[in-house]
Structures are given as structure tokens and as C-alpha cells.
Design a protein around this ligand. Sequence first.
Ligand SMILES: Cc1cc2nc3c(=O)[nH]c(=O)nc-3n(C[C@H](O)[C@H](O)[C@H](O)COP(=O)(O)O)c2cc1C
Length: 368
Amino acid sequence: MYNYIVTTMRVSLFQHILSVLPAEVAHNLRMRLMRAAGAMPMGRMWMKMLYAPKNKEPHPQVLGLTFRNPIGVAAGFDPDGDNLQNLGAMGFGFVEIGSVMSRRHPGTPRPRLKRISGKQSLLDRSGYPSLGLEHALGKVRKRRKHTKHLVIGCNISKMTSTHPEDIVKEYLRVFRNMYQYVDFFVINIACATSAKPYEPRTPDEIRAIIDPLFEFRRGQLDYRPVLLKVSPDLTREELDAIIDILIETPLDGIEAVAGSSAMAREMGCTTGGAVSGAMLTEKAIETVRYIAQKTEHNYPIIGSGGMMQPEDIKRMLEAGASLVALNTGLRENGMRLLKATTKLLNTPEIQEIAEITETPNTETTTEQ
Ligand SMILES: Cc1cc2nc3c(=O)[nH]c(=O)nc-3n(C[C@H](O)[C@H](O)[C@H](O)COP(=O)(O)O)c2cc1C
């Protein structure tokens, strides 16, 4: 008990130190230390004790997969899958690795991640750095002890350097290579954090990316759900068009939302960038509520954007999200956000919310 209290105090102090370091330095330090701690004897056991939810229920069934709990890690937090084992030990329900790029992608030169003073938000101009497909494959090929029950998603975005005519091929290349090693895919069509933003919005542009993925999937023995990750800056008409795609194609769900490029522009950022964190909370919840109502709660939605405290996550689930993905909230408030939320998940009210409707998309491998 004494050890536990001392460790908890050290964790709070550590979070305080991180909060005064530049945002990217702080995150990289956290991830490095997490790796080092995970490699130590009993390291993962401590992580489990400190952070993992004690509740065994609910086990939401979403996308045909069983999740330990509906809270996971969004893309960009562990982009190369280096901490999958540790995040698994901490008790997250899922981790979305990526964005995975077909080759090593340096992203935008540093500094590229800035805290927005007093707003619990970040201005992300990272351009999604990635160590590339080979590295990611090395991390997901073997399911080890702590990732056995962790649902792993793969997020795919385009590289800053990808030539416009190669964009479709780029998504397909990563999809094909990762297909047998992950549980689901998120296709990010809100790539706004580099000087060459890419945010396709018309149905034709979007279908050009996802149709080849469905075609590949039809030839496979195993079914991997595919979700589309959308921008918070879409007009109602653009969002309606995406909902139509969800209903009319074998798309399995939507992740809403990515960082906001419109907010970044309002802040005077003219060379690409996206705002994440608390400034996004209301917009993210409102977007999820809209999609859920429009689709009569029939399709899985991953809620993401400004989930800074347990109350935000509760509201996101109430709005209609089946799962909730965290990024800036974990960076700024620490991993204790998971544990604090699980207390709330133990309430019967939330357990009821977290009982998920299965996707009506039942594309089979024999369908041509
Ligand atoms: C530093 C950073 C890197 C990110 N990298 C990615 C990425 O590679 N792919 C992606 O789809 N989203 C990426 N995101 C977006 C997040 O996954 C998330 O959708 C967005 O930040 C909103 O959630 P949040 O407010 O909880 O951060 C990144 C966000 C941040 C702050």
C-alpha cells in the first residue's frame, strides 16, 4: 500500500514535469519512459496496478470485435506501435496505431506541435511522422501477452510527399500489407497537419480511396472492418454525403473527429495545421450526435476529439459513440484519465450505454 501511494505521487509529479516541457518533447519522453518501464521486471504489472480498470464489465461488442472496455488510444499517440504491450497492460480497450505510411516519413520539421496557452489544446503541424510499414509490421505481427486481448486498429493517411495520382495506391498498399495483422482499419481523410493538406470531401473523391480497399477485402478469408475518419470542419451537406456512403457501401463505421484545420486557420496558421484538445470537445460530441441520430444508432462510431476528462467521455458515449479514442487528453492530463474514467464506466448507466448495436454491414468474403 505504501509503495502504491508513493508511486501514485511520483506519477502526479511526473505529469507536472511533462506539462512544463514542450509538447512533443514531453510526449516523446513519456513514450520512451513507458518503453523502459515496460522492459523492466514487474514493469507491466505496475502499469496494470496503477492504470488498468478494475471492472470486468462491460465488454462491448463493436464491429464484430470484443473490446475490454470502450476507451482506446487514437492515432498519433503511439504511431509506430512501440508501446502496444504497455498500453495493453494499462488496460486500454483498443489502440489505433499510425498513421502508418508505406515508408519512413519524417513529417514536418520541428517544432511542429504547440500548446495553445490556457486552452488545454494543441496546434498540430506534425504532418504525421511515421517509421513506416516495415516497422509497424514488426510490432503487430506477434501478439504477445499484453496485446492478446487488445484490439488493434491501423490508421492510414497519405504521406505529405505522395503525388496526387498515387494517393489511392498509397492507402491500398498499407491496407494490403497490414490486413492480416490488425483487427480493424481507420482511413483518415482529414490529413490537414502538413503544408500539403489533403481533405477529400466529395463522394467521388472518397469512394476512389475506399472502393479499392473493399475490393481487396472481398478476396480475403478474414473480415476486417473499415472506418472513415472525418474532419470536424465538414458542412452538414458534406457530412450527409459521408453518411450516405456509410449506408450505401460496405463501410463499417465512422471515426469523428480529426483535428480542426478551420480552427488552425482562424488562429492565423496558413501553412497547414490542426487544433486538437479541449477546443474541439463540443464540436466532436455534436458531430457524433448528428451522425448517430441520422443513422438511427445503427452504425459504430468512434468518438474522438477533446476527450480531456471522464465527463467528456461519458457525454461522448451518451451522444452515440460506441468507442472513444483519446489523444490530447492523455498527453495533457496523463494516463490517469483512463482510470478516472473507468470509475464512471462502472456505473450501470454507462454499462447500458456501452451495449453496442452491431454494424448492419455484413459483407462476406464470397460477395463479389
Ligand atoms: C500530435 C498529434 C499527432 C496526430 N497524428 C495523427 C495521425 O497520425 N493520424 C490521424 O489520423 N490522426 C492523428 N492525430 C489526430 C488524433 O488522432 C485525434 O483525432 C485528434 O487529435 C482529436 O483528438 P484529441 O483532441 O483527443 O487529440 C494526431 C493528433 C495529434 C495531437
